[in-house]
Design a protein around this ligand. Structure first.
Ligand SMILES: NC(=O)c1ccc[n+]([C@@H]2O[C@H](COP(=O)([O-])OP(=O)(O)OC[C@H]3O[C@@H](n4cnc5c(N)ncnc54)[C@H](OP(=O)(O)O)[C@@H]3O)[C@@H](O)[C@H]2O)c1
Length: 285
């Protein structure tokens, strides 16, 4: 099976294409081959490229960049997604689009189920909502996978994207007191679940799915849990892993995703602490 993979050089893209190279033929695209900030280039570029499924990972994911430059980021995150959706529709191919928990960052009522109306106060979240809306309104064959924060560390050929495990490790290794948000609850999901569950994405019914381990703790409590698991002394934890009580104090954020539907379809993410444990173990901690 030929899989067109955008964002192939990003964290998730490099893990998928490396780990699954024997099962699928990946046609990996990075911005060097096709710059998605110029959506008008997409159709001509893909004109002679055949594929069975498009896995669309490419995005400008930094919240601050999206706030500072909504036009450029909107071209990549929304317009390019729409162009790819049109091409998949014309060719009758499945589009697998990677979305985020951030589509709920100003909604209330977590953990959210797939049918909850998304509502976001950030440009990044709003761009993902706009892309999702185009797909759900125009395509018949798609999967929208909403991810929680993915955790994992770099390995040869795969450069981690920013995540909590790295932030805690950095604080400890560099002896730098670091603040973690108290007024935020979100799931953490080990990135390697995606590799295991990838084949299901090709066959599950069209729809939105929450790929999400469940978590009862706030982000600061999770950071402390990681430090404790690393057997850092209580004294050092109290010096280095600090609560950020100001961020989101006015409007606490809880964008945890309910995973009942995903579990029913055989996806594996279940529990964030178990995922953190597995990640630390796999990377030798
Ligand atoms: N990692 C997470 O925790 C997480 C959580 C929720 C959702 N997601 C979603 O999952 C997807 C993959 O995330 P990730 O962590 O792998 O992100 P990443 O490491 O930041 O990778 C992003 C990819 O997008 C590509 N890209 C950016 N601008 C582009 C452009 N103008 N033209 C073509 N390609 C461009 C980059 O290619 P170049 O390197 O060539 O620029 C890179 O391969 C994203 O859609 C993200 O929103 C991720």
């Amino acid at each position: 099976m030929k899989i067109l993979l955008t964002g192939a050089t990003g964290y998730l893209g490099s893990i998928l294409s490396q780990q699954l190279k024997d099962q699928y033929e990946f046609i990996g695209l990075s911005s060097r081959q096709l710059d998605l900030s110029q959506p008008q280039l997409i159709a001509p570029y893909l004109k002679d490229i055949e594929f069975d499924v498009c896995v669309h990972l490419a995005a400008l994911t930094q919240t601050a960049q999206c706030e500072a430059d909504p036009l450029t980021t909107g071209r990549v995150n929304v317009e390019a997604t729409i162009e790819l959706a049109k091409i998949c529709h014309q060719r009758n191919k499945r589009l697998i689009f990677f979305s985020t928990e951030q589509v709920f960052n100003s909604q209330i009522g977590a953990p959210f189920i797939e049918s909850t109306l998304p509502r976001s106060s950030t440009v990044y979240g709003q761009q993902k909502i706009a892309a999702e809306q185009y797909i759900t309104n125009h395509l018949e064959n798609y999967v929208i996978l909403r991810l929680t924060w993915q955790i994992g560390l770099s390995s040869p050929g795969c450069k981690e994207s920013p995540n909590l495990v790295r932030q805690v490790l950095n604080a400890i290794i560099s002896d730098t007191p670091t603040k973690f948000t108290v007024h935020e609850k979100r799931g953490f999901t080990y990135v390697y679940h995606l590799v295991i569950d990838f084949p299901s994405l090709l066959s599950i019914p069209t729809g939105i799915y929450h790929f999400a381990s469940q978590n009862q703790k706030n982000t600061y409590e999770c950071a402390k849990w990681i430090a404790q698991r690393l057997q850092v002394s209580t004294e050092r934890i109290n010096q280095l892993i600090l609560p950020n009580n100001d961020r989101y104090a006015d409007a606490p954020r809880d964008y945890r995703l309910d995973n009942t539907k995903s579990l029913a379809f055989g996806f594996h993410p279940q529990d964030s602490l178990a995922d953190l444990e597995q990640c630390l173990k796999d990377f030798g901690y």
